[in-house]
Design a protein around this ligand. Structure first.
Ligand SMILES: Nc1ncnc2c1ncn2[C@@H]1O[C@H](COP(=O)(O)OP(=O)(O)OP(=O)(O)O)[C@@H](O)[C@H]1O
Length: 311
């Protein structure tokens, strides 16, 4: 399978901050590649280097098998990107915006192609409305349509769901799946929210302080046998004592707050629930946790990253 992105030993130093530190990864044709990290982890800096908006301090970037330094123009013709909020003309309609951006990219689009693109991003029926009347989610979807206007092979989206409401987030998620599954695009998408990436990604890279923490297939990394569950009861101290004396003891995780954490297979949850009720634990909640911090707990045996996030 062809490598669409190949990054080797990439670093970026800003005066006294090493925003990206010796990062290497590959994105293959057809991947929805989830790029995860907390705020400030170095995601935008990496994406800016992929788009030649800033120059790496060290390292090599190849896209489509070509060196980005020597084949910049040829490469960027095949890339569509949204970084930060997409720029568009608020007093023009969605149709007029898309036609304008197509012209600026030197692409000839018929009325039908533009209308079809707007339908594809879920803006069918709203094509003649001014963008100033659009919700944030609709603007984001129009931004994605604009980034697709030159039919790129690779789409790079930097935190595309930032500032969106739940409906807007779901729309962008479905659009990413559509781009990948129906249109055969390779998508590189960054986020600080694990559950957004979990629902769309085929491969995942997690970085922290500019460094790779883990990279792997989504199926490997989001392993149901490693589910982190949080329990809250009216008396957590007493519940903890009972758990420590039981066979559930082997699943207990170091406590990070007043609640109790276990790492076990998702299928064990009904048994755990039953057991807690039998012990008369006054259960307030029992739920799998889906934060990036929990994920670090799942994928790292050491506690260093958990501590980094709880301190
Ligand atoms: N132009 C710059 N000059 C100095 N420091 C910078 C610059 N751009 C980014 N940084 C620093 O580099 C680090 C990584 O920032 P970056 O924006 O890449 O993180 P991020 O993972 O995209 O987070 P966020 O989602 O908050 O943007 C941060 O400490 C940030 O303050």
């Amino acid at each position: 399978m062809q490598d669409i992105i190949k990054v080797t030993g990439l670093s970026k130093q800003f005066s006294n901050i090493k925003a990206v530190n010796n990062l290497s990864f590959t994105v293959q044709n057809g991947d929805v590649y989830g790029f995860l990290g907390q705020n400030g982890a170095g995601k935008s800096t990496t994406i800016r280097m992929l788009l030649t908006l800033i120059t790496p301090t060290e390292g090599e970037i190849e896209l489509f098998g070509l060196n980005l330094k020597t084949h910049r123009h040829q490469i960027l013709q095949q890339v569509g990107a949204i970084i930060e909020k997409p720029d568009m003309y608020l007093y023009l309609s969605a149709y007029e915006n898309l036609r304008l951006f197509a012209k600026l990219s030197g692409v000839h689009c018929t009325k039908k192609i533009i209308t079809d693109q707007l339908h594809m991003v879920g803006l069918g029926g709203r094509e003649n409305d001014k963008v100033k009347t659009f919700s944030q989610g609709m603007k984001q979807r129009l931004g994605i349509a604009i980034s697709l206007v030159h039919n790129p092979k690779l789409i790079i989206l930097d935190e595309p769901t930032n500032g969106l409401d739940p409906q807007g987030i779901a729309d962008v998620r479905n659009l990413i799946l559509h781009l990948s599954r129906e249109m055969g695009k390779t998508v590189f998408v960054s986020s600080h929210l694990l559950n957004e990436i979990e629902q769309v990604a085929t491969r995942v890279l997690i970085i922290d302080k500019g460094k790779k923490i883990v990279e792997g297939s989504a199926a490997e990394l989001f392993d149901p046998s490693q589910t982190i569950v949080e329990i809250d009861t009216l008396d957590n101290k007493q519940c903890m004592v009972l758990l420590q004396q039981s066979s559930w003891q082997q699943y207990l995780q170091p406590q990070r707050s007043h609640t109790i954490l276990l790492k076990l297979h998702r299928n064990s949850l009904p048994d755990l629930h039953k057991w807690l009720v039998q012990q008369d634990c006054a259960l307030l909640s029992l739920q799998p946790r889906h934060t990036l911090e929990d994920f670090f707990l799942q994928v790292t045996s050491g506690k260093q990253y958990v501590e980094a996030f709880t301190n």
